[in-house]
Ligand binder design. Structure first.
Ligand SMILES: [Zn+2]
Length: 187
């Protein structure tokens, strides 16, 4: 016998630094080795894992009271997670919208300040007015960004973060069944 038939079982990736805790998946943010299956639907995964930023969602009340500090102070981390083509495309689409909105808000604020401080002296009133309008629009765009960040349908829920470990909810049950129970010491 030279080699085992098929060879699929030996290529099945092992899991490491990842466990099952009731309905949640616990993983080490940097060291976790996950099966090459979509974490959301257990379908075969795309070519490469996707870096997902995981943070406990900011509540509307928290945002109203603390504003941007609620986002800045919400403890987060990022982990590489395998997703199928469809879920990877969905997550990337949401990340792109968030990045686009945040960049647009920053450009409006920066461009507006530039117009008011540097161009209004040379070009006159029109630059000053454009700058003021641009500066006034930027908080609206930041607010829209915050609303999108709070309202977006996340593929997985970040239930808890206790660095370096992250607890994820909304994981496919078949996917979850591949992991060992969490050791008692981890809890
Ligand atoms: Zn999927």
């Amino acid at each position: 016998m030279n080699h085992a038939d098929g060879g699929t079982s030996s290529s099945e990736p092992e899991t490491a630094y990842a466990w099952r805790d009731a309905d949640w998946l616990v993983l080490h943010e940097k060291k976790a080795v996950l099966p090459r299956r979509c974490v959301v639907c257990d379908a075969p995964a795309a070519e490469r894992p996707l870096k997902m930023s995981l943070a406990k969602p900011v509540s509307v009340a928290g945002f109203l009271v603390f504003g941007w500090f609620a986002f800045i102070c919400s403890q987060g981390c990022s982990a590489r997670v395998w997703l199928c083509d469809a879920h990877r495309a969905e997550e990337r689409r949401q990340q792109l919208i968030l990045r686009f909105l945040a960049t647009a808000g920053a450009l409006l604020l920066g461009g507006g300040l530039f117009c008011v401080l540097f161009l209004s002296g040379k070009g006159g009133m029109i630059f000053f007015l454009c700058g003021i309008v641009s500066i006034m629009l930027s908080p609206c765009v930041f607010l829209i960004t915050a609303c999108f960040a709070m309202a977006r349908q996340r593929l997985v829920d970040t239930v808890n973060i206790d660095k370096p470990f992250v607890w994820l909810g909304g994981v496919a049950p078949d996917y979850l069944a591949r992991f060992p129970e969490v050791p008692r010491e981890q809890q």
